[in-house]
Design a protein around this ligand. Sequence first.
Ligand code: PRP
Length: 210
Amino acid sequence: MLNIALPKGRLGEKVYSMFERAGFECPSIKENNRKLIFENSECGVRYFWVKPSDVAIYVEKGAADIGVAGKDILLEYEPDVYELLDLDIGKCRMAVAAKRNFHDNPQKTLRVATKFTNITKNYYASVGRDIDIIHLNGSIEIAPILGLSDVIVDIVETGTTLRENDLEVYESIEPISARVIANKSSFKFKGEQTEAIVRSIREQMSEQKN
Ligand code: PRP
């Protein structure tokens, strides 16, 4: 049985559809919306829904053999897992955003509000800019409006949240999408089954493109 951690929510439903189309269906997953674990012994798969930001932990610790996590989570937590496939869904970007008239003053330490502390540190270290990080857990866009920070580092998908709060992208950091990840030792012992799933999904993806 291959244990697969799916990110709960809209992205997870898209992810499950890709696994289903690839031949690893588990019909009971569509019937029950409070249950968290579903299995289909014929296909040898057991799916479970976890919080998107927790998928990498389940996979790194081996509670799941494989899972699907956003590249943002992989960059932020740097889990010790294999990244096997870019699913090309859940696409967005990690970006620096600020008020429309913002001009960076390089003489001053830049105050950056974010949920993504590690990504932020790495990015500003790479451009050699001194920063103070203000760690927030959500609604990051409020920080520059209230003067808590100069800029934010956050995910931008449609850009609506920024627009509606009179902010704009100042610099793009990294494109983000959903990735299939695998536990390193599971990949040794269940490599064949894992590779069969990844191969079928990849085939499905290229068929859909054509
Ligand atoms: C994310 C992100 C932005 C928003 C961007 O928030 O933090 O706020 O989506 O999407 P958009 O460009 O399409 O408007 P999320 O919904 O994950 O909630 P959060 O406030 O907890 O970060």
